[in-house]
Design a protein around this ligand. Structure first.
Ligand code: AVJ
Length: 319
């Protein structure tokens, strides 16, 4: 027998099964946004970043362009968590590559293919820079970071920090503090609270790209773990502003009663029409909220830059 169905990476299958056990059988059911980003999802996200409604990527790029020299400072090793295509980082690499005595860029990402591709293209464009990609989950950093203690800049861009709950942020900041040394700096991009209409439009665009991106997660799940009854046509995309939690939430709402079985887990879940699966939270912060939180984890000398419109922030703190 032959099949054209791609075989999922066993490590992904195990990781998704663990995620499903951790959230899919809760009320409400949740799945980690990590599962948006297969090849199709990554292409869709890339298209989202160029939508009129989706301001964060442009606003962050504007800040990085204006503040590149200050952000890079005297960094000798730039470690980027969730580097992706590394495109937005190039304005910082332009500065870093000009450093006397050489410097190193360490992009960290779970997508090995994307990392290798970006590393190849960066090596060609920045012959003076050492490029040392690390494939892996940035939530599980262990041991010392590469580079000289005190000379590192850890970058976490895109507003991805907003995808964490408060507890996950606390855990993430504590882990970071644990692998960083005095003098090392941490730069983080975060989205700012604004009119709910603009926030909702950014996560529910008129072209329907975000809807496609959200629904694609169901295809990723079906391709990664054995499952029955999971059909994207049974769900609708929804983006809502949760004022109390100061966050956008993305949901997949069942349009009819559905029963989803996971034979590998020996578990099933029924969703009644109108019930939703929460696939992402995107927390929006006040201008100083995040650096104050970081101060509680041993990071000091806070600095925050926003774009002229006040839509997005980049915070820099020092261990
Ligand atoms: C890449 C996680 C920052 O939360 O704004 C875009 C992902 N989700 N549209 C975000 C996303 C829906 C994005 N991050």
């Amino acid at each position: 027998m032959t099949t054209t169905k791609p075989v999922a990476d066993p490590a992904d299958t195990a990781a998704l099964e663990a995620d499903l056990l951790a959230g899919f059988f809760d009320d409400p059911p949740t799945v980690s946004p990590r599962w948006f980003y297969d090849e199709k999802g990554s292409v869709l996200f890339d298209r989202i970043t160029r939508l009129e409604e989706y301001y964060p990527t442009r606003a962050e790029a504007e800040i990085l362009r204006a503040r590149a020299a200050e952000i890079v400072g005297d960094t000798t090793t730039l470690v980027e968590l969730g580097a992706g295509t590394c495109e937005k980082t190039r304005v910082l690499l332009d500065v870093l590559a000009g450093r006397e005595g050489g410097a190193t860029y360490v992009p960290v990402d779970i997508s090995t293919e994307m990392l290798e591709e970006s590393a190849r293209s960066l090596a060609a464009d920045y012959p003076g820079l050492r490029i040392e990609p690390v494939a892996g989950d940035f939530l599980a950093l262990d041991g010392p970071l590469p580079g000289e203690p005190g000379g590192r800049l850890v970058l976490f861009l895109g507003g991805t920090v907003g995808n964490f709950t408060e507890a996950q942020r606390a855990e993430f900041f504590a882990m970071l503090r644990g692998v960083m040394d005095p003098g090392d700096r941490f730069a983080v991009g975060f989205d700012l609270v604004k009119k709910p209409e603009r926030l909702v439009d950014a996560y529910d665009d008129a072209d329907g790209l975000t809807a496609e991106f959200n629904l694609n997660m169901l295809d990723v799940i079906a391709a990664t773990v054995p499952c029955e009854g999971l059909d994207p046509r049974d769900f609708r995309h929804e983006a809502v502003w949760n004022e109390r939690e100061s966050r956008i939430e993305m949901w997949l709402r069942a349009a009819r009663d559905v029963r989803i079985e996971f034979p590998g887990l020996g578990l099933a879940r029924t969703l009644a029409a109108g019930e939703g699966i929460r696939t992402e939270i995107a927390r929006k912060f006040g201008a100083n909220g995040l650096v104050e939180e970081l101060a509680g984890h041993g990071f000091g000398r806070p600095g925050v830059w926003t774009d002229p419109a006040g839509d997005f922030g980049v915070g820099v703190v020092v261990v």
